[in-house]
Design a protein around this ligand. Sequence first.
Ligand code: ATP
Ligand code: MG
Length: 301
Amino acid sequence: MSEVKEIAELFELELDLPNAGIAASAKRLVGFENRYQKLHRALRLLADPEELRAWSRKYHHQELAVCSAVSDRYPLVIFAGDVGTGKTVTAEGACDRLARDARKEAMLFKLSTRVRGSGKVGQMSTLLNQAFDVVAKQAGKTRQAFLIIDEGDSLASTRDTVQSHHEDKVAVNTIIQKVDDLRRHSGRILVFLCTNRAGALDPAIVRRAAVSEQFDRPTDQEREELFRMDLGGLTIKDQTLRELVRLTGPRDGRPGLTFSDLRSKLLPDALCRAFPSRGLTEDDLIAAAKEVRPSPVVGNG
Ligand SMILES: Nc1ncnc2c1ncn2[C@@H]1O[C@H](COP(=O)(O)OP(=O)(O)OP(=O)(O)O)[C@@H](O)[C@H]1O
Ligand SMILES: [Mg+2]
């Protein structure tokens, strides 16, 4: 099998960063900048242990114990939370920004669910090993590389349950081993693991994460921000905006809409009511907000 074919089977996406499309999507995410700044600060601690020790000597005239505590962490970021709350788009956007800020050539890989293989003994861990090796090879000695493991609970779920299959346990061990190995690359290779079942992740994986970020359904303020952004160019009364925020929040015992419900259900629904014969009105938006149901909440187990 040629290397190209192997790579195509391991990854569902491979692209060079920076990427204008990803940057444009990240720009349209409510709260992205705050999350990114927090992530960036945490990852700087990982990237250069020597820089951290120098900081400690400069400001504390000694190498503080806290510096070694920090170096126990691994180049692993966990994004956990409900469906449609922006884990995948934020991971892609963060990789793009990290590459821009580091001013280094970088590559983004997204692991394919095909690495689960067809169930043959040892196949999943062989494919995982190959995937991490390709990422490390692409990063070489100077470049950056990012690996996004989406729906990570399907590969890294806890080994500690009766249902846990032998192959799954081997896969978790492989991921742990490979993330450990990545420490040699001083933060140039970073793994993002996204999951909507954080409680199902293996504790050994959770413990290793340098950053764990929780994603929730948007608050009133965040939904308002999204409406203001996406309805730019239209004249919408404050009262209508408030009603949209109310209708899309938790009410009558049901959860609020997710970011994805707002963008890929509510707004297209409103548009469909007007297009192509007339302009979009406030009534269309209110009608859509009354109509669209929130995605069911995905639990933590
Ligand atoms: N912060 C945000 N601001 C605005 N829109 C957002 C935000 N987060 C997500 N979205 C919208 O929701 C869509 C889905 O986001 P994404 O695929 O990242 O969700 P997810 O958390 O990975 O969901 P899943 O758990 O189902 O994989 C995005 O394409 C975007 O349109
Ligand atoms: Mg996702």
